[in-house]
Design a binder for this molecule. Structure first.
Ligand code: AKG
Ligand code: FE2
Length: 264
């Protein structure tokens, strides 16, 4: 137990965050439930952040770069609606990505991802009993790179929640913008009028402030969000930590092919 605690203590800012404190986890849960987002700034300690940026920079040349076209709902063209309807409005996103199997096995990213204390903390905050890695060798930990002009366009996530760690901010742009509870997927209310207004610029979104080293938990299923284009030569680098609430689940083959350009 002490050994595991020591390992985690070398990665995160233990003076600020005690992940084994159940009261702290409950406080984080309340904040996530209320705001739809939880940010823990300076989550990574300074040494870890430096090490992970170096690691990520070294891995950048192996990244798989994609340009994808999608609607905000991440669904296929729907011929029940006109081509100009907002459900069929195509947006472009572009980014580079490296996968779990391209990250060194002794990387602090893997230690954090596999830490029982970290997993129990996240499970308590998102209200799951336990969390499991993806069955396939690619999808659990991804490092995203956005170079000059690259952006992640407006979308609602398919997943219940996302865990991210920002490693490097660009000189300009790369801003995370969102609108909480902008549709109700459970009730099949898609808020076409609201989305139309957002895409034509007549609604101003909220902005999430995150600095390198910040851990973000975000419920993006009903909260529309985007990351604005990177400006300048310094890449935006962000890690996505993905878990399932059941063991043995792989990301779909079509998603792996689209995001990673390979299946394994
Ligand atoms: O890059 C980010 O901060 C958010 C990423 C995101 O929204 C996603 O991967 O679905
Ligand atoms: Fe997202």
């Amino acid at each position: 137990m002490t050994l595991i605690l020591d390992e985690l203590a070398k990665i995160i800012n233990e003076q600020i965050y005690d992940l084994s404190d159940a009261d702290f986890a409950q406080q984080c849960k309340r904040e996530l439930d209320e705001k739809g987002v939880l940010t823990l700034s300076n989550f990574l300690n300074a040494n870890t952040l430096k090490e992970l940026v170096e690691e990520a920079e070294n891995g950048a040349s192996q990244a798989y770069y994609t340009n994808s076209t999608h609607n905000v709902y991440l669904t296929k063209i729907n011929n029940n609606y006109k081509p100009e309807h907002v459900i069929n409005k195509q947006l472009v996103s572009s980014k580079g990505c490296i996968c779990t199997d391209q990250i060194q096995s002794d990387s602090k990213l893997k230690k954090l991802y596999n830490s029982n204390i970290f997993k129990s903390f996240i499970a308590a905050v998102v209200g799951e009993k336990s969390l499991f890695p993806y069955e396939d060798p690619l999808s659990s930990i991804n490092v995203h790179y956005a170079g000059a002009g690259q952006e992640l366009n407006w979308h609602f996530d398919n997943s219940e929640f996302a865990i991210t760690l920002l490693l490097q901010s660009p000189i300009g742009g790369g801003e995370f913008q969102y609108l909480k509870d902008f549709r109700n997927a459970e009730k099949n209310e898609m808020n076409f009028r609201g989305v139309e207004k957002l895409l034509t610029g007549s609604i101003a979104p909220d902005i999430l402030n995150m600095k390198p080293g910040t851990l973000v938990l975000f419920r993006g299923r009903n909260s529309i969000h985007r990351v604005t284009p990177t400006i300048g030569n310094l890449k935006r680098i962000l890690v996505v930590l993905a878990y399932n609430s059941e063991p043995g689940i792989a990301l779909s083959e079509s998603a792996r092919q689209t995001f990673y350009g390979r299946l394994c």
